[in-house]
Design a protein around this ligand. Structure first.
Ligand code: ADP
Ligand code: MG
Length: 394
């Protein structure tokens, strides 16, 4: 058992007495396909071997929640009271972190599932607030707990939908459904090639074989993310409108434009808008090429595409920032690294590197040393494999 699973079990015993049943939900990382979900492109995330563990047991008429990661911040609520709460962030704010699991329980109740009371102790081995979706992991975990104790009711899509509703309405965080979907439907040894609008997806075999993924947390807060995100979306809309003024058949999204067509539109685009559009077009091509590489088991090519993605996000899309560039550059200097890129919205948070497993220790140490020298910040580097969701079926 992982140490986080053990800590959840031990906390359960000390808080509630006796034994709880064990559950796990993974975190996720986006391998490639960055900043193109809103341009009609596809993303290719995978679920991770790190995530959130629970020990849980049925209880009569009330819910008690504790987290080994946030000691002392326990929550308790009667089932009747939870059922009568309005599904708004204001009503759930007083529960702190427990707004996520309580939000999931409330969302299941309002959908008519016969949810009963439960005791749950959780513990994660996933960095929180760093873009690896610890919130989605906790939500999907709660779906798995309730589905396991009182169901079965849910498949991956339903668990994702309930989790997203909890995140939006109860935690008050507006995000797309990718995070919840990957945490709920991910399968070990696979990545998901996913259209975030239709939720059409394919499992691609992602056999890390003799490689590992290094999750490299810059520990730099993501301050600019929201404003720059909105700015980029606006630029993409502007670029598409300009391109459509030239093309014979208008496109509904930038990713539907070819590189040749984009070149032909250069005259109507400012240099900045041209580069933004070029990122969208080439990133979508790289994502599809990465899916092909996975099908061939070609991790060297995958690594090359990861690095090309980072360069595009750095020079064309300009969302990386000094810290992500520093950690990616430091990793790419190391022997045994096949490729590296930022992941998530940018300006901080995490990067990933694909690395030979037998080099992971040395690469992590050296990358951290170079990054510290450059930025003065101690980063965190975690080797991971892919992992399975309780609702994932390949
Ligand atoms: P991310 O999803 O990128 O990790 P968020 O800010 O969306 O970041 O979610 C992090 C929040 O989720 C934490 O602040 C906490 O409220 C909750 N959370 C996640 N994991 C745990 C855990 N193991 N124990 C308690 N709360 C957790
Ligand atoms: Mg989150």
């Amino acid at each position: 058992m992982s140490s986080a699973a053990n800590r959840a079990a031990a906390l359960f015993k000390s808080e509630f007495g006796g034994e709880g049943r064990g559950f796990f939900a993974p975190g996720r990382v986006n391998l490639i396909g960055e900043h193109i979900d809103y341009n009609g492109g596809r993303v290719m995330p995978c679920s991770l071997s790190i995530g959130t563990y629970a020990a849980a047991r049925r209880a009569d008429g009330r819910i008690r929640l504790v987290s080994a990661d946030l000691p002392g911040q326990n929550a308790e609520v009667a089932l009747d009271e939870l059922s009568s709460l309005p599904l708004t962030p204001g009503a759930f704010r007083r529960f702190g972190w427990a707004a996520y699991p309580l939000g999931v329980a409330a969302q299941l109740i309002i959908r008519g599932y016969p949810v009963g009371g439960f005791d749950m102790a959780v513990c994660g081995d996933l960095p929180r607030g760093s873009g690896l979706s610890s919130s989605a992991s906790l939500e999907v975990l709660t779906c798995a707990v309730l589905d396991g104790l009182y169901g079965p009711w849910l498949d991956g899509r339903q668990a994702a939908e309930v989790s997203l509703a909890a995140e939006h309405e109860c935690a008050g965080v507006n995000c797309g459904i990718m995070d919840q979907f990957v945490c709920a439907a991910g399968v070990k040894g696979h990545a998901l090639l996913l259209d975030t609008h239709t939720l059409d997806f394919e499992y691609e075999p992602f056999d890390l074989d003799g490689d590992v993924l290094l999750i490299m947390n810059t520990k730099k807060p993501r301050k600019l993310t929201d404003s720059k995100y909105n700015e980029r979306r606006g630029e993409c809309d502007e670029a598409l409108a300009a391109i459509n003024s030239v093309l014979e058949t208008p496109r509904d999204a930038l990713c539907a434009v070819t590189l040749g067509e984009l070149d032909a539109c250069r005259a109507v685009l400012s240099p900045v808008l041209f580069r933004r559009a070029r990122h969208a077009v080439t990133e979508n091509e790289r994502t599809l090429a990465a899916a092909q590489a996975l099908r061939r088991g070609d991790n060297a090519e995958l690594g090359r595409l990861l690095t090309a993605s980072h360069d595009s996000l750095r020079y064309d899309y300009e969302v990386t920032g000094g810290h992500l560039d520093a950690i990616v550059d430091a990793a790419l200097m190391q022997e045994g690294v096949l490729g590296a890129r930022m992941t998530g919205a940018g300006f901080g948070g995490c990067a990933i590197a694909l690395c030979r497993a037998d080099r992971a220790g040395d690469v992590s140490r050296e990358t951290a040393r170079v990054y510290l020298e450059k930025t003065g910040i101690k980063c965190e580097i975690i080797p991971v494999q892919t992992g399975s969701s309780p609702f994932g079926k390949a």
